[in-house]
Design a protein around this ligand. Structure first.
Ligand code: SAJ
Length: 404
């Protein structure tokens, strides 16, 4: 039986996928409200295909419990925040979950850590716990790191098709874990050691952060010379070995703006490129504010009530607001004692900021100038309704709009 610990954005789809594909699964979370919701057969967040998968997993008998099970296979998928001051990973949730597992696990258990962790976290924080519990690694307990790679918005598809990495101390244990993931994962499953697996995950997200930072820096250069950055990137990407990502109003989510800091925190003198890239991405919400202020001046608009911000979530078509560029922008305003602008997001059914308007038509009626922060499908389907408005389009959706 597999006990999946942490039923958030990664743990829940993984637990459901395992159960739907014939594994006996118990999902555990310390958040009682979340557990209660799942036990009532209701989902805790939106994601294409998640509803159907939930039904299948329930049919196959998945259980949600607050106590850890006594078993021989655990998947730990709890959050790994980072300390914003010293830029290092905060492994406390992974440590707490592992400690509890060690109290109840069977001899010879496999503990797979899926949470993103910085290189050497298992050596530094997890191996000592096994020793403290009077257990022996390789006999009583086997540690494994199998970082997830799925993209919110395409999680279910990517769970099945992405390649995966399994880091273990021995090829035999890696092979056992591979067999479990292979019950649903049709991508290549690469086995390696734990430290390589830890590093690989952080390296992947750092690569994306740097690529986006390059696109964002190109935006600044292009604005300086009044060039169209989107056209430049579109043409440059026709080169067979160039693939520049899209610039935007900032980088959000719990991965791309966070994981690279783990490397900066651990190797401060070796990560100039990475820290500069992160700073460029973090500067973008302020770039939006500056551009908006220039456009307002150009159009002689002084009343900030005429501004409407479209989009709060960290990217299109998800309901996740972690590290969202819009909220980063509002934070900057707050630091300057300014009230946040009116804002609308079709993916959010509850207010997350006071200035949030819940009705799209009312939002449009009240706004003379609209800043597109997120390219939700809802907006793409309603672009005609924006006619007659001044628009700052940070995603290049509308030809004749202002761009960053
Ligand atoms: N963004 C841009 N320009 C782009 C692409 C994205 O500005 O061209 C912005 C988005 O708007 C968003 C942020 O970057 O604010 C992050 O979005 P994302 O779609 O790039 O990534 P996430 O955070 O949803 O998921 C990433 C993925 N990592 C990689 O693609 C290397 C995913 O595969 C990982 O599983 C996930 O991080 C994770 O959990 O680590």
């Amino acid at each position: 039986m597999i006990n999946v610990i942490g039923l958030g954005y990664i743990g829940l789809p993984t637990a459901l996928m395992l159960a739907a594909n014939g594994n006996k699964v118990v999902g555990t979370d310390y958040n009682k409200t979340l557990l209660h919701t799942l036990q009532e057969k209701k989902l805790t967040f939106e994601e294409p295909g998640l509803g159907d998968l939930f039904e299948k997993a329930l049919d196959k008998g998945i259980k949600f419990e607050s106590n850890y099970s006594s078993t021989d296979f655990y998947i730990i998928s709890v959050p790994t925040p980072y300390d914003k001051v010293d830029k290092k990973i905060d492994p406390s949730y992974v440590v707490a979950a592992t400690k509890e597992v060690l109290e109840v696990c069977k001899k010879g258990t496999i503990i797979v850590i899926e949470s993103t962790i910085s290189p050497r976290t298992i050596d530094r924080f997890i191996r000592p716990l096994v020793k403290e519990a009077g257990l022996t690694i390789g006999e009583d307990v086997h540690l494994v790191h199998a970082p997830e790679r799925i993209l919110p918005g395409q999680m279910i598809k990517e769970l099945q098709s992405n390649a995966r990495t399994i880091g273990a101390d021995t090829p035999e244990i890696a092979e056992k874990v591979k067999e479990v993931y292979a019950t649903f994962c049709k991508g290549e499953i690469v086995c390696t050691d734990i430290r390589t697996a830890e590093m690989t995950k952080v390296v992947e997200n750092t690569f994306r952060a740097i690529n986006i930072a390059y696109a964002n820096e190109l935006t600044k250069i292009s604005r300086h010379d009044n060039l169209d950055v989107h056209e430049i990137i579109r043409i440059a990407n026709k080169h067979p070995r160039v693939n520049i990502l899209s610039p935007g109003p900032g980088v959000g989510g719990h991965c791309i703006p966070v994981d690279p800091w783990f490397l900066v925190g651990d190797y401060p003198r070796l990560t100039n490129l990475i820290s500069t890239a992160l700073e460029i991405n973090e500067s973008m919400p302020e770039v939006v504010l500056k551009r908006l202020s220039d456009i307002m001046m150009e159009n002689k608009i002084t009343d900030r009530n005429k501004v409407g911000i479209y989009g709060i979530t960290y990217k299109q078509d998800v309901d996740d607001i972690r590290e969202s560029p819009t909220l980063q922008m509002f934070k900057k305003m707050e630091n300057n004692f300014a009230e946040p602008f009116r804002v609308f997001d079709p993916m959010l059914s509850k207010k997350v900021v006071d200035s949030q308007v819940m009705d799209f038509d009312q939002f449009l009626n009240d706004s003379e100038i609209i800043v597109i922060m997120v390219e939700h499908t809802q907006l793409k389907e309603n672009l005609d309704k924006l006619q007659g408005k001044l628009i700052l389009d940070t995603h290049n959706l509308i030809d004749d709009a202002y761009k960053l």
